[in-house]
Design a protein around this ligand. Structure first.
Ligand code: GUN
Length: 284
């Protein structure tokens, strides 16, 4: 078993973002800007937003966080997005999810101009991704998984890939991107029958189900690649993935650890998406 070290790969991406920004600034361009909308006081969401904006600042990106109480109206949120769409200094807009129940998440996200949709969650960008259109902005976690596989030169073409979970953030875009690289992809979810048998056939298994250490040795194929997208607290309060690392480690060829696997890649790829948008904007 070997580790897919997301921390290390993310470091390379972050270094190259930092260098690119310095070059553009030296040429007299403005700094890139990312606006993040945070609603309510969900502990996990606050922590993620803090990590994203801190890393952005560290690399030279202006990170602006718009924080609102959980009772903000859908109209107010949409109005803010419309304003940010018009602001030429704003390169990327992202809304941290989940939003409170009284707000229609899909409606709010569709207000984002697809060209500023740094998280790739509008129908335009997800649709483009499924059409294998290279101008799609890919959701950061899916992009991070693909970059990690690429960095470790893992063959995707012709493999059987199984993705557990069908969210817009992780499962669906990851399935699309694996398929675009010529894997045969099966998407599993809570209604899937024979999950174990399906997973056992996977050369590449991507797990994003939010169940601590759920996937054990009975689900994984010998010498397979396991990507664990889970971030859960176990009964001791320790951060663990959706995969039982100790149970599968002697069976698999590669595995992403939690923490230090997909997590750092998600942040790096969000900022990498922002840079792609910024470079297009300053070159207009
Ligand atoms: N909440 C948890 N992960 C994500 C993500 O990747 N993007 C957004 N917008 N919200 C999230």
């Amino acid at each position: 078993m070997a580790i897919l070290d997301g921390k290390l790969t993310a470091l390379d991406i972050n270094d190259s973002i930092k260098e690119d920004i310095l070059e553009y600034i030296a040429l007299g361009y403005r700094v890139p800007r990312l606006d993040i909308i945070l609603v309510g006081d969900d502990f996990g969401s606050k922590k993620y937003v803090e990590m994203k904006s801190k890393k952005a600042q560290e690399l030279g990106i202006k990170g602006v966080v718009h924080t609102f109480d959980g009772d903000i109206s859908q109209r107010e949120l949409s109005d803010l997005i419309v304003e940010l769409n018009k602001d030429e200094e704003v390169d990327g807009i992202m809304v941290q999810l989940p939003l409170p129940n009284h707000i229609d998440e899909k409606y709010v996200l569709e207000n984002i101009n697809p060209e500023k949709d740094v998280d790739g969650l509008t129908s335009t960008n997800l649709g483009k991704l499924f059409k294998n259109d290279s101008t799609a902005i890919a959701p950061a976690t899916a992009k991070g998984i693909m970059k990690l596989l690429e960095d470790y030169m893992i063959q995707i073409e012709g493999t059987n890939a199984v993705v557990i979970g069908r969210s817009d953030i992780v499962g669906l875009p990851t399935a699309a991107m694996l398929q675009n690289e010529n894997a045969t992809v099966t998407v599993c979810h809570s209604h899937t029958k024979n999950l174990k048998e399906i997973c056992k056939m996977a050369d590449i298994l991507v797990v994003g189900i939010g169940k601590p250490e759920y996937i054990d040795m009975e689900y994984v194929k010998e010498k397979s690649i396991v990507i664990d997208v889970g971030t859960n607290k176990n009964s001791d309060g320790k951060l663990v993935g959706d995969v039982n690392f100790n149970s599968v480690k002697d069976i698999v060829e590669y595995i992403t650890p939690v923490p230090g696997g997909v997590g750092p890649m998600t942040i790096a790829c969000l900022l990498d998406n922002l840079m792609e948008i910024y470079i297009k904007n300053v070159q207009k």
